[in-house]
Design a protein around this ligand. Structure first.
Ligand code: FE2
Ligand code: FE2
Length: 324
């Protein structure tokens, strides 16, 4: 039988737990060497590795246009942008590794189709204007999501996000500029830009995740200072950033109900199609199979590079041993 005294003994926090709670309460950082609850570690590994996978898979829709960019300048910019995304993946895998999960394990989960990545990258990029819409809307949504993560309680994650956010803001500007140039061009170019915005607008809004009342893990992530704003708050922030920029571009955001409520300062908008979101998330989006296959092929094609790097490291270590 359990007496109230036993219960107190069970729920009394250990010195480690107390230290963790104090660090969180003081809005300080948790570092890899610090004790942390298993659930905190698990949540971070899941979030950071999903984020890393998204950066890596996210290279594909744009890499699709590198060989067909309309000028040398555009090609150079697009290559730099796609390369940045690879770098983001690497910082994030490194941050996740500090939590004790090996990189190989994360890669295996991705290519086996067991790990999630942002559903946005399962849409096709049929026209050059998609490069503009992705930069403006997808990288734009990423910035809204990620700027608060620079203050995430887990040190390696927060620090990785600082650099990532600087690069994301270049990505958004280059997308905006592609659209601006198209909107100042011919009727056909304007129509192409508008069509791309129409296709990417709703998936970009879905990037913030389900509405707050259907997002059960958010409260815990906020209590741990990983997440700082709710999904709906971030979505509002994103739309309020887009509206004036859409005006400058001369594009229409494809939501007839979009309207600023002067009293609340909030944007009213149409219902988001969560059935579509869930379908894409479940692997049934237009490009899921192709994206995973491409990643699998790249992994296999890269086997010799990994082997050569491991062999080089082995030889260097052996040489150091001889020298010592
Ligand atoms: Fe990125
Ligand atoms: Fe980006």
């Amino acid at each position: 039988m359990t007496t109230p005294a036993d219960l107190t003994a069970v729920t009394e926090p250990s010195p480690d737990e107390r230290q963790f709670d104090d660090l969180i309460a003081a809005d300080s950082r948790i570092e890899p060497r610090d004790w942390m609850p298993d659930a905190y570690r698990k949540t971070l590994v899941r979030q950071i590795s999903q984020h890393a996978h998204s950066e890596i898979i996210g290279m594909q829709p744009e890499a699709n246009w590198i060989t067909r960019a309309p000028s040398l300048k555009r090609k150079a910019i697009l290559m730099a942008k796609v390369q940045d995304e690879a770098g983001h993946g690497l910082y994030l895998y490194s941050a996740a590794q500090t939590l004790g999960t090996p990189r190989d394990e994360m890669t295996e989960a991705l290519i086996a189709g067991k790990a999630r990545y942002s559903s946005i990258f399962n849409y096709p990029t049929p026209t050059w204007a998609d490069m503009g819409a992705i930069g403006w809307l997808v990288d734009g949504a990423a910035i809204c999501n990620q700027v608060p993560l620079c203050r995430a309680s887990y040190g390696p994650y927060g620090r990785a996000m600082v650099r990532i956010c600087k690069e994301e803001s270049f990505h958004q500007r280059q997308g905006f500029e592609i659209l601006l140039e198209l909107m100042r061009g011919t009727d056909a170019q304007r129509a192409m830009a508008q069509d791309a915005v129409d296709r990417w607008y709703w998936p970009a809004l879905q990037m913030f995740g389900p509405p707050d009342d259907a997002s059960p893990n958010s409260a815990q992530s906020m209590a741990w200072n990983i997440k700082r704003f709710s999904n709906d708050e971030l979505r509002q922030r994103f739309v309020s950033m887009l509206v004036p920029q859409a005006e400058v571009l001369g594009v229409t955001l494809p939501d007839p109900k979009l309207r600023l409520d002067e009293e609340t300062g909030q944007y009213e908008m149409s219902e988001i199609d969560w059935t579509e979101f869930n379908e894409v998330l479940a692997g049934r989006g237009p490009m899921n199979a192709q994206r995973l296959q491409r990643r699998r092929d790249a992994h296999e094609d890269g086997a010799w590079v990994r082997e050569a790097a491991a062999e080089y490291a082995r030889k260097q270590a052996a040489a150091r041993e001889v020298a010592a």
